[in-house]
Write a protein of this length. Structure first.
Length: 563
């Protein structure tokens, strides 16, 4: 692994913040690295309040959206809430539909079938609306590029309100309102909301119009926090406020659907990381294995017994998803070895019976194993469909664009993409993709990088330091869990491996003149000898607190170890 120690920020800025906040230099460094340079910015960061949220009417077209919804309610129209099948889409549909149902009964929901309809607004969904006398569709987490679909709906006298967070194309759909903070002509102060976040701004505007307050909307924040965590949007600005207060709802008074998902966990308090790895995969599993509408049924159910039944079914879907993902990963790794492709610059694999719902997860697993741009294909109808994942610093979307002649269609962004192609074009595409990556990728990008925030002496790891560090939460992009490095360390003779295949590393580490700390390195079992050879070593790590039988101890979560 490459260790990238961030350079220290401007000394004057650090000293000023240090003096104003009366904090250690290391904490001031971490804040300035995150763009927090003034007392007021630090106050907002450490003590966010719901009053920090922006006026929803600052978003372009918000007034039009609210006017159209109120008109629909006054005219007794049928309204359809439409959203994508992933976590962001299903939480957004659950959020807006449950709010609207609290004031008006004629609300229906629609999630497209992942395999039959694919991503985004579908003609089948519009036909469903037409067949059921629906005259207004509110689309969430999709629709910003659905020009033809919106025109098709308009011909059927169905209006659209679009709530999206993806970047628009050159032309906007002809909808009643297009809520998207990434619109060039939208001056909304924060443009990193997820789809559910945009949906929340819509209900915030509706609530304001009905003389409701933020207190009335707090029960919906568990859904927003789940979407923010799952969609990997920056943990800054409004996202940080919504995630923090949403996490409080999850931990104190979650809706029955989320309560049913987490009530058997041993952890008393969930972090954003727990939401990412415990709640989000289960909600996603419905759309991957069966149908996303099951996730909406769970998240909008207010009877706990019924929610527990839904949660049990979703738990089974998640278990099936894990089994599929594990089996396909084993088969894909075997295929790479069989074809002697370990030295390639890319990983491209295909088997016609791999489950389309988990190939994205498998692509991520293969990227972790070989650390290179990865594409996993399966059969979908008469074509091949694929999910792509990249490595840090390499734009896989641009690489696909260079191979576009072999593809039917593709879409995505720098680090993740999807595509389809004709089966006969697969060999040519695989060859072209390998060549493009080989010719354009910087060799160092094929080595995983650890970004290290600061070098730390063990003597600096004090209770006050830990307390302040905990207040940096919730963590996420642009506010990641701080990673530290320390030098001249020794194991006290406790070093050993853990796990069925001895894949994990357990240490007790000391630095001269300071107390020692327990350390755990998942997947670092192969580095046991580095710790046991009695020579000093360096660690890159995060700092965790472990609670056991009422006692709290500090543990280092290792990222890497080197001599």
């Amino acid at each position: 692994m490459r260790w990238n120690l961030l350079s220290k920020p401007e000394k004057e800025k650090v000293q000023q913040l240090q003096n104003e906040l009366k904090i250690d230099e290391i904490i001031a460094n971490l804040l300035v690295q995150r763009g927090i340079e003034t007392y007021e910015q630090a106050r907002t960061f450490f003590r966010p309040t719901l009053a920090d949220l922006h006026d929803p009417y600052l978003m372009k077209d918000m007034d039009k959206a609210v006017t159209r919804i109120e008109k629909a309610i006054n005219n007794n129209e049928n309204i359809l809430i439409f959203g994508d099948y992933d976590v962001d889409g299903t939480t957004a549909v659950s959020l807006v539909s449950s709010y609207l149902k609290s004031v008006y009964p004629n609300i229906d929901t629609y999630i497209p079938d992942r395999y039959d309809e694919g991503y985004g607004i579908s003609y089948k969904g519009i036909d469903y609306a037409d067949d059921n006398g629906i005259t207004l569709i509110i689309a969430l987490d999709c629709g910003i590029k659905s020009i033809d679909h919106i025109a098709y709906a308009k011909d059927k006298n169905i209006d659209f309100i679009i709530c999206d967070h993806h970047r628009p194309g050159d032309k906007l759909p002809d909808a009643i309102a297009v809520l998207d903070p990434k619109r060039d002509d939208c001056t909304y102060p924060y443009d990193e909301l997820c789809g559910c976040g945009v949906g929340f701004k819509l209900i915030q505007a509706l609530a304001k119009n009905r003389n409701q307050t933020m207190d009335d909307l707090i029960p919906y924040l568990d859904l927003v926090a789940t979407a923010i965590a799952a969609d990997i949007v920056p943990m800054t600005g409004e996202n940080r406020v919504l995630a923090k207060f949403g996490l409080e709802v999850i931990n104190t008074n979650p809706r029955p659907g989320i309560k049913a998902l987490i009530q058997n966990l041993k952890k008393k308090t969930l972090s954003i990381t727990d939401v990412v790895f415990i709640i989000a995969p289960r909600i996603n599993a419905a759309g991957r294995i069966k149908h996303g509408k099951e996730a909406v049924a769970l998240l909008t159910e207010f009877d706990l017994d019924q929610a527990e039944q839904f949660a049990s079914e979703i738990e089974q879907h998640n278990s099936d998803r894990k089994d599929l993902d594990k089996q396909i990963t084993i088969e894909a790794l075997a295929q790479i070895e069989l074809n002697d492709e370990q030295e390639n610059f890319t990983t491209v694999v295909y088997q016609e019976n791999w489950h389309k719902g988990v190939i994205g997860i498998v692509a991520s697993r293969l990227t972790e194993t070989y650390y290179r741009p990865t594409i996993v294909f399966t059969k979908s109808g008469d074509k091949l469909a694929a999910s792509a994942r990249s490595v840090k610093g390499f734009d896989i979307y641009n690489a696909l664009e260079a191979c576009a002649e072999h593809l039917e269609q593709f879409g995505g962004h720098m680090y993740a993409a999807g595509m389809t192609l004709k089966e006969e074009n697969y060999p040519a595409f695989k060859k072209a993709f390998e060549k493009v990556v080989r010719d354009t990728i910087a060799p160092e990008l094929l080595i995983p990088e650890i970004t290290i925030d600061a070098e730390l002496e063990f003597s600096e790891i004090q209770p006050k330091f830990i307390r302040l560090l905990n207040q940096f939460e919730p963590f996420g992009p642009q506010n990641m869990t701080p990673v530290f490095m320390s030098k001249n360390l020794n194991d006290t003779g406790y070093a050993k491996t853990l796990g069925q295949n001895e894949e994990h590393l357990k240490l007790f580490v000391k630095q001269k003149g300071s107390e020692g700390f327990g350390a755990i390195g998942f997947g670092l079992g192969s580095k046991l000898e580095l710790a046991k050879n009695h020579k000093p070593f360096e660690l890159a790590y995060c700092i965790d607190e472990n609670e056991f039988n009422g006692n709290v101890t500090i543990q280092l979560r290792l990222k890497d170890i080197r001599s």
